[in-house]
Design a protein. Structure first.
Length: 235
């Protein structure tokens, strides 16, 4: 199954009050395996960047001034998303901005039944624990030492690793279900290069020798009141 793990950066918390999306990062995953395909874009929000938001992600007005508006990249983004489920951390926030931007430029919103929220998954698996991306990465041993500021693509990559842990761990690919990647790998294997290291040995004789039979009889004779020598014994 193809899934898209994504994250956004914005000018604030609420698109209904004029906040806009300024960055999106998407990671493609098939059967819980990251394929290496991704989509990443910055957008000109066409409004000033609040200092509080810039402190979080480091995206300034100057940096975003020559970036395209969301509408210029909407079709390209939608093509990458396809009809796959969309995974995000605190997904209602990211879906809210994504659908606001799509509607703003005349595109249909993404159906909410495609939403997968890793906060909800983490809450079930870790009741009472901190649910921030940083806290969960620490809990599951995911390296985030290179995360100095928030960034949509970087956070999506971390979230993809977290999603794997929340849905079965790194060994999830060991299941018996059909796996197109495994089939492809097998199809590309050059079996002629596989060397057999099995050593064949001659069959050993298993019958007791005359000498072994004599020693056995001598040992049995030393056993007193053997059950198999009792009258009526079927042993």
């Amino acid at each position: 199954m193809r899934e898209i793990i994504f994250d956004t950066e914005t000018t604030g918390f609420d698109p209904a009050t004029g906040d806009r999306m300024v960055e999106i990062g998407c990671i493609e995953m098939v059967s819980r395996v990251m394929t290496g395909n991704h989509y990443h874009a910055y957008f000109n929000p066409q409004r000033p960047m609040p200092a509080a938001a810039e402190n979080v992600h480091g995206l300034s007005d100057r940096f975003l001034s020559d970036k395209p508006a969301f509408g210029e990249k909407a079709d390209e983004l939608l093509e990458f998303l396809g009809d796959s489920p969309l995974v995000a951390h605190n997904a209602s926030f990211d879906f809210g901005f994504l659908n606001h931007e799509l509607q703003y430029c005349g595109r249909a919103p993404v159906a909410m039944d495609r939403m997968v929220d890793t906060v909800a998954l983490a809450r079930v698996k870790n009741p009472g624990a901190k649910l921030s991306l940083d806290a969960l990465c620490t809990r599951y041993g995911i390296d985030r030492s290179h995360r100095i500021k928030h960034g949509a693509l970087l956070d999506a990559e971390l979230l993809a690793q977290l999603y794997i842990e929340l849905t079965g761990g790194r060994q999830i690919g060991l299941g018996l279900a059909d796996n197109s990647f495994s089939d492809k790998a097998l199809a590309q294997t050059d079996v002629s290069s596989v060397q057999s290291t099995k050593v064949f040995r001659p069959v050993r004789a298993h019958s007791a020798s005359v000498e072994e039979l004599a020693r056995h009889a001598e040992f049995i004779a030393k056993i007193k009141d053997a059950l198999w020598l009792q009258p009526g014994s079927t042993l």
